[in-house]
Design a protein around this ligand. Sequence first.
Ligand code: SAM
Length: 295
Amino acid sequence: MHTEHKIILSSSQKMPELSDGSVQLMVTSPPYPMIKMWDNLFAKADPKIGELWQKLATYSQEETVRQIYNSMHEYLGKVWQETYRVLVDGGIACINIGDATRTVNGKFQLYPNHSRITEICEKIGFTMLPYILWKKPTTKPKYKGKGAFLGSGFLPPNAYVTLDCEFILLFRKGNIRKFPPHDKLRYESVFTKTQRDEWFSQIWALKGTRQTIIELERRTAAYPDEIAERLIKMFSVKGETVLDPFLGSGTTTKIAMRNERNSIGYETDKNLLSILTKKTRSNDHETSDVKIIKR
Ligand SMILES: C[S@@+](CC[C@H](N)C(=O)[O-])C[C@H]1O[C@@H](n2cnc3c(N)ncnc32)[C@H](O)[C@@H]1O
């Protein structure tokens, strides 16, 4: 089947290229609020966040930390709102997100990104569905956020639980999708019983991507192909369109191609163009047409 793929080098906070109700599925992983590796991105994308970090360095107020966290989610929220607009009635949104633990102002705490995104998406109008926990290979427990348990780390009560799961939040816009009886492409998209049993269980124990290739790829914190592959097959039909508003290195596009779905990806970091081109070309799919659009 011939499929079409658009990579748009621009912000997904506005997606004028997409009309209302034109996409069947969204699969994405945004930059994670309060995770250090994304601080610069948020500060550059929203100058208010940069100013708040500066204010925090001078006055170290807890209220400022709260404002930073809120503003990061406001930034992402604009993309969830725009996604709601472009999804068809019954379309599904899959958001891979990790919570963050961090010591700011000398205070260690959890920033529960998954619950904040849930609140925002419910306010937008999405219906929440049972979610998936992606259990990553276990990392060592930490003591006061500083490293492995040592000395008093074996004594109650000041040690912390390690975050070794990320969330794949699942939302639906509107009503369940309806198909004509025996819809050909839907039946061609069938999964096996083994796949069904594994994919629709709540805990997915998958290894993270082998991010050994180049620094550029590491910087995108790409998710494993297997995550995109399962979600695309679970929640879309061959010939439909998958959106990734935070495309990174292009994993979603690559997997959509491999599974005969069309795709649209948005990415603001133009330095990723080389890796995006490589990842979406190395697939060797003659029947896929890839267009890179600079807005
Ligand atoms: C966690 S990475 C995505 C990784 C991706 N799942 C992969 O497998 O490579 C998030 C990406 O979102 C991009 N980004 C951040 N804000 C954006 C926006 N408003 N519009 C489009 N892309 C954005 C960042 O540059 C980053 O590459």
